[in-house]
Design a protein around this ligand. Structure first.
Ligand SMILES: [Fe+2]
Ligand SMILES: [Fe+2]
Length: 159
């Protein structure tokens, strides 16, 4: 859940950054709305971590700052790429959550319920970004994003 929490920190920061540099107001609004929902996810994960007696990633300020800057830079590439980036991010998050749901102990129904709800929300974020004109990213960009999230996942798992 620490990794999921750190992921939500990143998602929120990315979309806040993207909102700052969005061109169209409609896109800015979509980014803000998504960021608000990521903040809900973040709070749910936080609460569950507290219940389980764990701690959040010590590197969260770093995840936040790095992600915000990446988000702002992505927004500068233009709305269709920024929306495409959001869609690809959510696509990868849905895959991650699905994989986590398959590994979580069956007895931990509270964590599963949180992850299921998050997965639904992330799928909806992806759909709304594509409906608003998001372009599919080139494969190398997707690969870089996967690599970065892999580094984040492995690091947040430990620290
Ligand atoms: Fe989320
Ligand atoms: Fe999302």
């Amino acid at each position: 859940m620490r990794v999921n929490h750190a992921g939500e920190v990143c998602a929120q920061a990315l979309y806040q950054g993207q909102a700052v540099t969005a061109r169209r107001n409609k896109v800015r609004e979509l980014m803000r709305q998504a960021a608000t929902e990521e903040n809900d996810h973040l709070l749910w994960c936080r609460k569950r971590i507290d219940e389980l007696g764990g701690h959040t990633s010590l590197l969260n300020p770093l995840w936040y700052t790095g992600s915000f800057l990446i988000g702002a830079a992505t927004g500068l590439l233009g709305d269709k790429w920024s929306l495409g980036f959001l869609a690809e991010t959510e696509h990868q998050v849905v895959n991650h959550l699905q994989a986590h749901l398959e590994r979580i102990p069956r007895t931990d129904s509270k964590s599963s319920a949180i992850l299921e709800q998050m997965k639904d929300d992330e799928a909806r974020h992806k759909a709304s970004a594509l409906n608003s004109g998001g372009s599919a990213l080139p494969d190398p960009a997707k690969k870089i994003m996967m690599l970065m999230s892999r580094v984040m996942t492995l690091t947040a798992y430990r620290i």
